[in-house]
Write a protein that binds this ligand. Structure first.
Ligand code: HEC
Length: 142
């Protein structure tokens, strides 16, 4: 009986160690993230090593990629970036609110290189773009 118990403990420990080994290169924060399934489709995006809820993800991605120009509020306005003076659009207007998500995908992927907005197609995955658009929709108050 005692040996059986020991064997059981050993087996449990082995499973535990194996599971930990698999998760070794994911950040500890994973365990507390409300939704872990965001990891399922693609390898962890470099911009976001720690998975978070989609709303937070969009907000975070927006903060990292867009806020410098379009501001926290999405209202944009003149800024000087790398010595260049540019005038990012207000992306929260009624007009922008009416535009379909696909339009935004196009704007974000292609950017407006002549006017100072970089193309993001090589920097963001489709899912990341989607999350950012979701965040923009909240800025637009929809
Ligand atoms: C380096 C500055 C810069 C960054 C970073 C930037 N933008 Fe822009 N964005 C601009 C500028 C400047 C324009 C205006 C382009 C024009 O006038 O043709 C613009 C235009 C837009 C438009 C079109 C608005 C319209 O009226 O048609 C959208 C949508 C947009 N940006 C979203 C984003 C999103 C989302 C991100 C982040 C993924 C982002 N931008 C990052 C500078 C930037």
């Amino acid at each position: 009986m005692k040996y059986l118990k020991l064997a059981l403990i050993a087996a449990t420990a082995a499973i535990f160690i194996a599971a930990c080994g698999q998760a070794a290169n994911t950040p500890v924060a994973n365990n507390t993230a409300p939704k872990a399934n965001q990891n399922a489709a693609a390898p962890a995006p470099t911009l976001n090593p720690a998975p978070v809820a989609e709303a937070d993800l969009g907000k975070e991605l927006y903060a990292k990629n867009c806020m410098i120009c379009h501001k926290d509020s999405g209202k944009g306005g003149k800024v000087t970036i790398e010595g260049k003076s540019i005038d990012p659009d207000d992306i929260t207007t009624a007009k922008m609110k009416e535009k379909a998500d696909e339009k935004f995908v196009g704007y974000i992927n292609e950017g407006f290189p002549d006017d100072g907005m970089p193309a993001f197609k090589d920097k963001l995955t489709a899912d990341q773009v989607k999350a950012i658009i979701k965040h923009i929709r909240t800025l637009q108050g929809s």
